[in-house]
Design a protein. Structure first.
Length: 269
């Protein structure tokens, strides 16, 4: 809320949380990237690094483009749902039966292709919408006109026609539908995961992890790991290791102050 992202996501007066935990995910990614950079620096210089990943700064980064818009123009940006679109057609439309699909027609060439694909010769020859800027100004009547046309087609028909004519589009998909997505299943984007009850499900993998085709550790194994380190000698070994790491960190700081060489890095934040 305090970094500008919620303000830019919801309509005016209704700040909204993003649709997923973008800040937490990005914090983890930046932490991992920082660790890799620290390791590389240690290889080259022999010095360790302190890696910090902070949620507030992460979220501010996402608002950076809007901050720069204000810095350059002197005008505060409106929230995304309320701002004037840069393109005449960049919207979600309903097809027959209420299913939804996104379509972007962002250039004059795409506009001519779009009109030809749907036989909209009157619009193709309408001087009021000949350019993208004119279509932006005509959105009040143009978008309802297109919506009326799209309701005559099933979303599958619209998708095929957009695909055939190389028009930017995307069906509106719910998270639970992604388990059956052909691309994800064929590309290795989903990996098997065994739950604590022994059932098998699928989890998404980032693109960088698909080379190995490995899923995260099964939940049951993770639970066993937590139980193993929750008490007794195993926990004592864990805390002893933590104390050794902290002692090494203190030695590194002293060496850095005296111009010496560090022995490692610290992950914090």
């Amino acid at each position: 809320m305090m970094a500008g992202l919620a303000y830019m996501t919801g309509p005016i007066g209704r700040p909204l949380r993003a649709g997923t935990s973008v800040n937490d995910i990005m914090g983890g990614m930046f932490g991992a990237i920082g660790v890799l950079a620290a390791l590389r620096t240690r290889e080259q210089s022999g010095r360790g690094q302190e890696v910090q990943a902070a949620l507030f700064e992460n979220c501010v980064l996402l608002s950076g483009q809007h901050m720069q818009q204000y810095a350059v123009t002197g005008q505060a940006p409106q929230p995304m749902p309320s701002r004037i679109s840069a393109w005449g057609i960049y919207d979600v439309f309903e097809g027959k039966g209420g299913e939804q699909i996104f379509l972007g027609v962002v250039s004059d060439t795409q506009w001519r292709i779009f009109c030809d694909a749907f036989g909209l010769h009157d619009l193709a020859n309408d001087a009021r919408v000949a350019t993208n800027n004119q279509r932006v100004l005509a959105r009040d009547w143009l978008i309802p006109r297109l919506q009326e046309i799209f309701r005559k087609y099933a979303v599958r028909e619209l998708q095929d026609r957009f695909e055939t004519n190389a028009l930017p589009y995307a069906p509106i998909v719910r998270p639970e539908q992604l388990f059956d997505d052909p691309h994800l299943n064929q590309s290795g984007g989903l990996a098997a995961l065994i739950t604590e009850t022994g059932e098998e499900t699928k989890v998404p993998l980032p693109a960088a992890a698909r080379v190995r085709r490995r899923a995260p550790a099964p939940a049951a194994a993770a639970a066993e790991h937590r139980r193993a380190y929750g008490r007794g000698p195993a926990r004592d070994r864990l805390f002893a290791a933590r104390d050794r790491i902290a002692a090494a960190a203190r030695r590194d700081r002293r060496r850095e102050k005296s111009g010496g060489v560090s022995s490692g890095f610290i992950l914090s934040g």
